[in-house]
Design a protein around this ligand. Structure first.
Ligand code: SIN
Ligand code: FE
Length: 289
């Protein structure tokens, strides 16, 4: 397997040049890793690095596009400090993405920014929600019709603890293994899910297949252990970027991370043939959305 991780030795959020090889690698499902690019915490922000700052009911702390903070405990001053820290990361993550992928400008849709203060190793979850199993991102309640999930991650651990991921094989290899086992798509079931508001919109065949891949991978213990994969410790004070709907990934350990999700329509990419929608459409031989 070719290396799934591409190291980029820049320490600035604004890329000094456009590099077609990196764009092609990212769109082909590689992870771009910036070991020297760090999110700088202000002195007064260091006190925000504690797990009990998250409200026990929330999975993450998040800041939406209207600067509305969710999932945090603490008084107004703490909430304000979190808003500023997460908001600053959002600006820097956008600077990175715009300078890395200039043609995406105008087509990107910003999702909420998240701050994840919990220790990964101690989180107990059902197998389907367990991100310690290799998976591609696919969300049961939010059909996306092939719109991409581009994510910028930053490990802000103050004690030098890496965030350790496993990164799996190329998307097409995954699809070849799990499509034959996928349950068939049933249009009337998609209508029922929508009527019951289990999904926010009608689940397309693409969304169905992506969930089948997600569940197929996570539910297969043999696959988890034997699939080609690399263990990758993302250093404290580093950034990495990938299409998480395409790169099989699992998080094994670490604590304190910032994450920005950006969405882009599949047909607005540099190579509109490299994404999961194009790959699955070719493999199934019919339109999926
Ligand atoms: C995930 O997206 O599966 C989790 C990534 C992480 O928490 O490092
Ligand atoms: Fe994930």
């Amino acid at each position: 397997m070719d290396s799934q991780i591409i190291g980029i030795d820049f320490a600035d959020w604004r890329m000094p040049e456009v590099n077609a090889d990196w764009i092609a690698a990212l769109e082909a499902g590689k992870v771009l890793y910036f070991p020297r690019l760090s999110f700088e915490l202000r002195e007064e922000e260091k006190s925000l690095l504690r797990p009990d700052i998250r409200s026990p009911k929330a999975r993450n702390i998040s800041l939406d596009a209207n600067n509305h903070l969710k999932g945090a405990e603490g008084d107004a001053a703490v909430q304000q400090a979190l808003t500023e820290m997460i908001g600053r990361f959002r600006e820097q993550a956008q600077t990175l993405v715009y300078s890395l992928l200039p043609r995406y400008q105008g087509a990107l849709r910003l999702a909420p920014t998240s701050y994840r203060p919990m220790q990964v190793e101690t989180r107990a979850q059902s197998w389907r929600a367990d991100d310690r199993r290799l998976h591609v991102d696919a969300f049961p309640s939010r059909p996306n019709y092939g719109e991409r999930i581009l994510r910028v991650f930053s490990n802000i651990n103050p004690e030098g603890v890496p965030r350790v991921w496993r990164v799996g094989e190329p998307f097409e290899t995954v699809a070849r293994k799990f499509l034959p086992r996928a349950k068939p798509y049933v249009a009337w079931q998609a209508s029922v899910l929508k009527a019951l508001r289990i999904t926010k919109s009608y689940r397309s065949e693409y969304d169905h297949l992506m969930l089948q891949l997600h569940d197929g991978m996570k539910g297969d213990q043999t696959y988890q252990e034997t699939a080609e994969q690399v263990t990758m410790p993302f250093a404290a004070g580093s950034v990495w970027v990938c299409f998480s709907d395409q790169v099989p990934h699992a998080v094994m350990s670490g604590q304190y991370m910032l994450e920005q999700t950006l969405h882009i329509p599949a047909d607005k990419q540099y190579d509109p043939q490299a994404n999961p929608l194009a790959i699955l459409t070719r493999m199934m031989g019919r339109p999926l959305v």
